[in-house]
Design a protein around this ligand. Sequence first.
Ligand code: AHR
Length: 372
Amino acid sequence: MKKKLVSALMCVAMTATVLAGCGNSSEPAAAPAETTPAAAPAETTPAAAPAETTPAEAPAETQAAEPAASGDVITVGFAQVGHESDWRAANTKNYQDTFSAENGYELSFVDCDNDHAVQIETVRGFIEQELDYICIAPIQSAGWDTVLQEAKDAGIPVLIVDRAVDADPSLYTTALGCDMVAEGEAAGNWLAEYLNGEDANILVIEGSVGASATLGRTEGFNNIVANNSNWTVLDSQSGDFTQAGGQEVMESFIKSYSDFNVVVCQNDNEAYGAMDAMDAAGITYGVDGDVIIISFDATHDGLQYTLDGKITCNVECNPLQAGFAEGVIKKLEAGEAVDAWTLVEDEAFVAPGITSEYAVTMSQEVLDGRAY
Ligand code: AHR
């Protein structure tokens, strides 16, 4: 466990906080961490400035954390969204593999089960435990200022990972993830290329309400809709990034709309649910069917459906992001400044027989070469 110097004032404040948190298993309301480390807080001055939707902007740099002594275990708390999708499972495994004991870490992993209040209290618990670093994959983008201020006051660097927050960027150290707006635009650009002027009557199954992945993909796709006057978005409803949610929304769409030719699912699991609903209703989809399915994530099974021609276009969101988080932590440990924003790049894939300037044509070789 590493020890770090903190100011006398911070010690007084932290002592009160730690005493309040110690030995009280009935609070906070967060799901329990798998481990209960108790490291002294890192002393940093976070000053990051990531944009929620425009990560390509020139990054600011943060001041470095005080490095740990060589050989110290680094304690990391990860407030994960939940377990709603295959993407999330791959992302969780990636963090657990990366921040392992063998690699010199003690990871406190909490599955927040898509509950914002639980996630806030989880972060509060990490602060009380005085972990060295806190990673947050925000369930929703709003509502973060207070707890981020608490982490900043405790001197604990916070990494906002996967999704974005709309908090004051000076409250956290860095952010990393995919560009969700660009993903939405990639889907729209591919559709315009594929339809080549044909009309589109579009149904959208959105992700979880308030999540930056939902907001960004919706914004990006709508940017392209706005350029195509013969496209109509008939309806857009949340399927909560789950298969059950996707099926439920698609069943309701089928009852309300008889004339649609595009279904946009904001993740693969929703697409599986939508396909089940269309199968049950006798609606054909895919390259040989009546309805074009666009999906996001490009997880293994999603790409298998793309290879099979059922999902026509699948826009990747790369879940293997822990290495980027570890890179940030290593830099801070080395006393180096870090970028305010790190982009995790991704690409799009289309069914065999389709060529696109926006996407890779699927083949067995492409699928076999994938890591998730
Ligand atoms: O934030 C990433 C999104 O969250 C993925 O698209 C989805 O599968 C997950 O639940």
